[in-house]
Design a protein around this ligand. Sequence first.
Ligand code: F42
Length: 331
Amino acid sequence: MALKFGIEFVPATSVDSLVSSIVQAENVGFDYVWVTDHYANRCVYIALAVAALNTKRVKLGTGVTNPYHIHPAWTAAAIATLNEVSNGRAVLGLGPGDRSTLGQLGISLSKPLTTVREAVEIIRKLWAGESVNFSGDVFNLKSARLSFKPATRIPIYIGAQGPKMLELAGVIGDGVLINASHPKDFEFAVKYIRSGAEKAGRKLEEIDVAAYAALSVDEDPAKARNAARIVVAFIVAGSPDNVLERHGIKKEEVEAVRQAIAKGDIPGAGKAVSDDSINAFSVSGTPEECISRIEQLIKMGVTQFVAGSPLGPKKKAAIEVIGRKIIPAFK
Ligand code: F42
């Protein structure tokens, strides 16, 4: 099966400009569009609905929403509505949510595995048209029922990085969205996804393993790498120790990056990032260098490559280059 291509958009710009990039992404050949969901940005559902009315083919998904800041029954109705307005192109991307942003709302991620697992079970029951009675550890529903049923089956992708969440994704997910860019991370992740799938009597091949990578492409590799610095700085600052150790990132660098971000010195944080970190936490360089990294990811079991921010020094030009040079190399 040919590698699928997705692209991530953060709705931090106007919906108009976001949708024009989504239309461009469809035109250059992307298969999936994933729009991130953080409370402070534009509403992911309004962005996806406008995108649905302006596109014909590309699949449209939350990349990823969470069952803490919105109840799963609401998510079920919202995605089923997106599926209706997009003529069957909706995909649900659901993860535990970002600890720091949800923390700003006073939400702590208690029982994340149970919460994600129960949310997916509730959503699938509601989509099946059931009158749902559910008494779980986290959610309780009494004769809950949607007034409409999605006309087509809607896939559910789990946003996951930790071992247990990856394993859960193998048990319940049609796909997994993994925020990582390096073969070592997928060697680690695929092991857990496979064990979850096998526990559920499934095969790994039934699951779309998506590398949700920080991509920065330009014919000038130095420009590409520089453009990735700030995104990589935030990844370094937010990465757990085991991930930093996996890539041999020095503690001094991590400290310097975290301090710069804490002081609000974002350019300084970008400068503090080493080439090793850019290599570990992004796919950056010329189209040829990006193609060779993606080939390594495929060898580790990746079946969808999601081009994540920053895309390149200039977003629109980068989308063109990906469409013209990178996607065709895998079709
Ligand atoms: N988060 C957002 O808020 N918005 C986004 O748009 C977004 C996009 C996105 C895309 C791809 C991706 O991979 C992640 C993305 N995220 C986004 C982040 C995502 O929501 C999570 O924050 C991120 O995946 C990190 O979470 P995690 O998958 O590592 O899971 C966390 C909760 C974790 O700590 N997991 C551990 C593990 O091993 O998986 C421990 C789990 C745990 O707490 N277990 C306990 C236990 O006792 O075992 C509790 C058990 C229970 O009952 O729940």
